[in-house]
Design a protein around this ligand. Structure first.
Ligand SMILES: NC(=O)c1ccc[n+]([C@@H]2O[C@H](COP(=O)([O-])OP(=O)(O)OC[C@H]3O[C@@H](n4cnc5c(N)ncnc54)[C@H](OP(=O)(O)O)[C@@H]3O)[C@@H](O)[C@H]2O)c1
Length: 288
């Protein structure tokens, strides 16, 4: 099995396929400040120093906290850094996630992202569908997309992406604007989107799975541990290497608040999964 190619095009940049997901840098429940701000800033700086040039974030993480940490740690930004944010939700005072799809909500979200990240233009903005917060569900995205296209025309956004969407919503969006990337839940164990991954690969569109390690309950299974042990790697490295080998359009945004885990995750680029390991791992997803 040959090593997968480790860069892919996102918008107008060729970026490293292992990026960093900043969501869990905020406090518990992605609400409020982190327990250890110094460590959060360190993880962000280490990521960039180790070659990460793709960070996934949102101004509704915290809210505002994650973007402010990114700015504090990394501004002025490296010229090759691609920061991808998302809009379409907001938080109430208890931290609940609410839809925020009106033109006014979206304009405010883009302005908040620009201010808190300290940039004049956002590289990529994903419209996060909220018809069902837990997974893609049909519903019209024309009006919020029109609002985002207007903000793009004003020069505030370079590229538009989509998150938590169906194949139909992607096709409808493509009639209105180029779609730079799609971000839905997908990992070794949650594989409802197999067809979509390949369809988007065929269109040279980046697939940026969220929860690549399982999210708030990191992936765990006997088979995964067995494969990891046989390759002298950790289960998380195997889960990331599986995604890298699954399709060349997959960009990884594993999240961590630990400098050690960050290095462990980045090292998954060096792991090649042999055919027998892939066969065992593929059975994990088929069970669900
Ligand atoms: N579009 C959407 O709706 C949506 C939804 C959710 C997330 N996202 C994006 O996806 C990104 C990734 O999601 P995520 O961070 O929630 O989930 P994730 O990357 O699947 O997993 C993160 C969890 O795995 C742990 N972890 C990371 N590396 C590890 C390692 N080497 N060994 C053991 N544990 C490890 C982390 O704990 P430690 O901190 O202890 O390492 C954390 O609990 C987010 O940052 C966010 O940007 C998008």
């Amino acid at each position: 099995m040959s090593q997968p190619v480790l860069t892919y095009r996102l918008g107008d940049r060729q970026i490293n396929r292992i990026g960093y997901g900043a969501m869990q840098l905020a406090g518990p429940g992605v609400f409020g400040p982190p327990a250890d701000e110094k460590k959060a800033l360190q993880v962000l700086r280490d990521a960039i120093e180790s070659g990460v040039n793709h960070i996934d974030t949102s101004d509704f993480y915290g809210p505002h906290v994650t973007n402010q940490l990114i700015k504090k740690a990394l501004h002025p930004y490296a010229s090759d850094l691609c920061i991808v944010t998302k809009v379409g939700a907001k938080r109430d005072e208890k931290g609940n996630w609410l839809p925020a799809f009106s033109a006014e909500d979206l304009t405010r979200a883009v302005e908040d992202n620009l201010r808190n990240l300290g940039v004049d233009v956002l590289d990529v903005v994903n419209l996060r569908s909220m018809f069902d917060t837990h997974g893609p569900a049909e519903g019209p995205l024309e009006a919020p997309l029109e609002a985002l296209i207007k903000l793009k025309d004003r020069g505030l956004i370079r590229h538009i992406g989509l998150s938590n969407v169906t194949a139909r919503q992607i096709a409808d969006a493509q009639k209105m604007t180029p779609v730079a990337c799609v971000q839905n839940l997908y990992n070794l164990a949650v594989r409802h989107e197999e067809v979509l991954v390949d369809q988007l690969a065929g269109q040279n569109i980046a697939w940026v799975p969220f929860f690549p390690l399982g999210g708030f309950s990191p992936l765990q299974s006997g088979e995964l541990s067995e494969v990891a042990q046989s390759l002298n790697a950790t289960p998380m490295q195997v889960a990331l290497a599986w995604l890298l080998q699954r399709s060349p359009n997959i960009l990884l945004i594993p999240g961590t608040s630990s400098p050690e885990h960050l290095q462990e995750n980045l090292a998954s680029a060096k792991l090649t999964l042999p055919a027998d390991a892939l066969e065992k791992l593929n059975r994990i997803g088929q069970k669900r």
